[in-house]
Design a protein around this ligand. Structure first.
Ligand code: NDP
Length: 246
């Protein structure tokens, strides 16, 4: 059985959207779950309350992924609270869209800090304490493979960077029995990319599935990767995109 019962997990950016669904799904599988947020204290607490009401174990940690010390503290806090760190999900991400002529350096720096640098820092901190069977799962994007509209160059670059990071980390951590993968969703109905939002009209015709994904559909895939049955999957960029890039 693909059991994550009793495992300890940290989800960066777990207060809303895909990260919240991942936190809930890992907890439903029996993992203790720490989740970070930056602004959404009430939303993060609501996820924790839901998990606890269902009999699970969870905690929320305010930690801006742009802040190295905050990420490292979240990793330490997770291990101290739950006795280990078995599963790291690097989900926190930001999306800035603008024509390159107008793309600000501030947005460039923020995108790289949250989408890329944080994944390296969190993985480094996790690698120092994770044992055999450990799992590092990045949330990338189908835009690492296909960027069919203008204005998303920096976002796509940040998600392509996770592919290289994943391949290299798989080599570093394979000998320790830790797998590293990047899950690449297509359009998923969240605050970042609402299925009823202005981007959706252009995106839906590009989807083989003809619809947006639900956060729970990504979460179940992450839960599979987090379990022991996925032990031979590593260094992989895994599309879950409704055929967006097909
Ligand atoms: P949302 O914007 O809906 O949620 C983002 C989550 O990340 C929130 O919990 C937010 O916390 C947290 N977060 C944002 N910035 C930071 C930060 N600096 N430090 C810590 N936490 C932070 O995003 P989605 O759920 O849509 O996206 C999640 C991931 O999936 C991202 O990496 C995104 O790029 C990727 N993705 C999304 C797709 C989509 O269509 N939705 C498609 C492909 C990939 P807070 O509530 O405190 O702001």
């Amino acid at each position: 059985l693909n059991s994550i019962q009793g495992k300890s997990a940290l989800v960066l950016g777990g207060s809303r959207g895909i990260g919240a669904a991942v936190a809930r799904r890992l907890a439903a599988g029996g993992a203790s779950v720490a989740l970070t947020y930056v602004q959404g204290a009430a939303a993060a607490q609501a996820v924790v309350d839901d998990i606890e009401k269902a009999g699970g174990r969870a905690m929320a940690i305010q930690a801006d992924s742009a802040d190295e010390k905050a990420i490292e503290a979240a990793v330490t806090q997770t291990r101290e609270a739950f006795g280990a760190l078995d599963i790291l999900v690097n989900n926190a991400g930001v999306l800035a869209i603008a024509p390159i002529e107008e793309f600000t350096t501030e947005d460039l720096d923020r995108t790289l800090a949250v989408n890329v640098r944080a994944a390296v820092i969190a993985s480094r901190a996790a690698a120092r304490i994770m044992g055999q069977g450990g799992r590092i799962i990045h949330i990338g994007s189908t835009n690492a493979e296909r960027m069919p509209f203008a204005g998303g160059a920096v976002y796509a670059m940040s998600k392509s960077a996770l592919q290289g990071l994943t391949q290299g980390l798989a080599r570093d951590l394979g000998p320790k029995g830790i797998t590293v993968n990047v899950v690449q969703p297509g359009p998923v109905d969240t605050d970042m990319n609402p299925a009823s939002g202005p981007m959706a009209q252009g995106l839906i015709p590009m989807l083989a599935a003809g619809r947006y994904g639900h956060p729970e559909e990504v979460a179940s895939f992450v839960a599979y990767l987090a379990g022991p049955e996925a032990g031979y999957i590593t260094g992989a960029s895994l599309m879950i995109d409704g055929g967006f890039a097909a």
